[in-house]
Design a protein around this ligand. Structure first.
Ligand code: AMP
Length: 579
């Protein structure tokens, strides 16, 4: 039995209440194995030697207990995290910021090479409690005496083996010497080469050793595959796969409760019968959802590990690991939800470029390679859509009574002096507007080592996905109706943002959006008549400038000018956008 089996709940760990609140808001349900094992000894002030990969939740495993031990009165830095790269330093600093979001006057400062020293000097004066830095730049500040480790309580080495590979070992030893001897040390490394063991022997006092265990398990009846995809392409990747793959029941695993709702909502908007299953739902609600899946009223459940525990539904033909599990054992449990009752099942794993280490750990645990598959290309998707369209036509031609329509087309031919072929082409065009036959190619997965922070920041934006056309002309041939959106001038929304959000989220061409009138607390926008229900429901839930659009049909009419009431520069800019 591991600590993770015993502890099922963050609240049973003695973390500061503000931290518990923050992780709850982030949707974490239970500690990952490394967290369950590392948090208690770190809270007690022990040193720790942890063998764990990125993706196991190791950042929270050290951040949460160390933050719990902060002294509110102390002005000088109390926690120093050393990380091998700027990207990791930024990520860890961001994680600290999120975990400490409920703590009063908390500051975390990333210090890395390449950023202006002057700026860092100013930021150091704000008395950050936590410094996350690359060894070179931290040394630099220590030498300049702009940073002191005199009051340091904890020192963390993150990805120590990477620091070793990058030749930072001597710098690290030097930094250790600047910290008080009684500091607490946590050292995390994916592998434990001798040089790291040596540092551990020299710098750590009676460390608790933790290794995320790799139990050997084999899973043979399930057809497994993985695909490397960046965070902000996951949803596109998923919908593409769902479109071409035939499945019966599906369970999609994500990391957080928030993600269950988000992913299920997006799938619903794409027309899939999907629902979330998470620990916020009471037992009756959960049972109802599972029943609906069994009965075929639902095809997809989006769940966290905890909520899906023990789920046994024969019709689950597919398991998708939308977020890679934090440890290999969870992977084995997750994919065991398919291939029930002697059936064969399929399991697909999304791996972000930086999570490749975790994929390797899963392969070691299951003792079999998980082959890579390619996402359906734009051409595959086009072909699939056209094939389906042709099937539908064939079926309609053979099964429907079309007399009235033959007469109607003949009439249009005559009246419009056009050919049946022209009419068929126009109808074909209209039929594919919400799901076009010509599909954009997804960007290739990022190269290894690309700045993941950029990825994150794009993802945060509602309009980050493909705002290729920011300017658009109104398509005068389309009949419009006016919708009211609950975002306006006081929220500083611009027409560009509104057009971008609607175009991206509804899959509409910019030209299909009519006039926009931004008023004080709401906006009016013209959209093509007859918006499909699923798109309408989806758009209602889209946020612009932190406001839910909550759109609904309105009797009001947008002013003729396509502009907001903002004066001056904004007005001009917007006019230009619309021209
Ligand atoms: P890390 O290994 O620290 O890079 O964490 C990997 C991912 O797991 C991050 O996206 C974290 O936000 C997420 N994560 C960490 N702990 C938990 C948890 N207890 N439950 C759900 N997600 C978590």
């Amino acid at each position: 039995m591991t600590a993770s089996d015993k502890i099922v709940d963050f609240s049973s760990l003695a973390l500061a209440p503000g931290l518990l609140k923050a992780i709850q808001a982030m949707g974490y349900e239970v500690p990952t194995p490394i967290q369950a094992e590392a948090i208690p000894p770190l809270l007690e002030g022990n040193d720790l030697l942890g063998q764990a990969q990125t993706g196991t939740g190791k950042t929270a495993a050290f951040a949460l207990p160390l933050l719990s031990r902060l002294d509110n009165k102390q002005k000088s830095p109390q926690i120093l995290v050393l990380a091998p790269t700027r990207e990791l330093a930024l990520q860890v600093a961001e994680a600290f910021q999120s975990y400490a979001s409920q703590l009063p006057s908390f500051h975390v400062l990333p210090l890395y090479g390449g950023q202006s020293i002057g700026l860092q000097l100013r930021q150091l004066q704000r008395n950050p409690q936590v410094i996350v830095g690359t060894p070179g730049r931290v040394m630099d500040h220590l030498r300049r005496k702009s940073l002191t480790l005199k009051g340091l309580r904890s020192l963390v080495l993150d990805e120590a083996d990477e620091m070793l590979n990058m030749g930072f070992i001597e710098d690290i030893e030097w930094i250790f010497d600047q910290a008080p001897p009684e500091r607490q040390v946590a050292l995390f490394s994916a592998t434990m080469p001798d040089a790291i063991r040596r540092i551990a022997r020299k710098q750590l006092r009676n460390p608790i050793e933790i290794k995320v265990k790799n139990k050997t398990e084999t899973v043979t009846t399930i057809d497994q595959s993985h695909c490397v995809v960046t965070r902000h392409h996951k949803m596109d990747a998923l919908t593409r796969l769902l479109e071409v793959e035939s499945f019966d029941g599906m369970i999609i695993f994500v990391r957080t409760k928030t993600a269950t709702v988000e992913v299920a909502g997006k799938l619903e908007a794409h027309g899939f019968a999907a629902e979330a299953l998470n620990g916020d739902m009471n037992q009756t609600m959960r049972e109802r959802t599972v029943k609906r899946l069994k009965a075929g009223q639902l095809d997809i459940i989006v769940a966290t590990d905890v909520a899906a525990r023990g789920l046994d539904v024969e019709r689950i033909s597919h398991v998708v690991n939308y977020d890679i599990p934090n440890d290999p054992e969870s992977y084995v449990h997750r994919i065991g939800r398919t291939g029930r009752a002697g059936r064969t099942g399929k399991a697909l794993l999304f791996v972000q470029p930086r999570e490749r280490g975790l994929l390797k750990a899963i392969e070691r645990t299951t003792r079999q390679p998980i082959p890579a598959i390619n996402l359906p290309t734009a051409d595959d998707l086009s072909e699939h859509r056209i094939d389906r369209f042709v099937d539908m036509l064939r079926e309609t031609l053979s099964e429907q009574d079309l007399d009235f329509y033959y007469r109607l087309v003949s009439r249009i031919e005559k009246e419009q002096e056009t050919s049946a072929l022209d009419i068929a082409a126009a109808l074909t065009f209209l039929s594919q507007k919400t799901r076009p036959f010509i599909v954009d190619e997804l960007e290739k997965p990022v190269r290894k080592g690309r700045n993941e922070r950029q990825e994150r920041s794009t993802e945060k934006s509602d309009f980050g996905k493909r705002p290729k056309k920011t300017s658009h002309k109104r398509d005068n041939s389309v009949p419009f109706e006016t919708y009211r959106l609950e975002v306006g001038e006081k929220h500083e929304a611009s027409p560009r943002e509104i057009v971008g959000a609607i175009a991206n989220e509804a899959g509409l061409d910019g030209q299909m959006i009519g006039r926009i009138d931004i008023r004080e607390d709401h906006s009016l926008v013209e959209l093509p008549v007859g918006m499909p229900k699923d798109i309408y429901q989806h758009l209602r839930r889209v946020f612009v400038r932190g406001q839910r659009l909550d759109l609904h049909l309105s009797e009001e009419t947008p002013s003729n000018e396509r502009q907001s009431r903002k004066k001056g520069k904004g007005k001009k800019k917007r006019k230009k956008e619309k021209s």
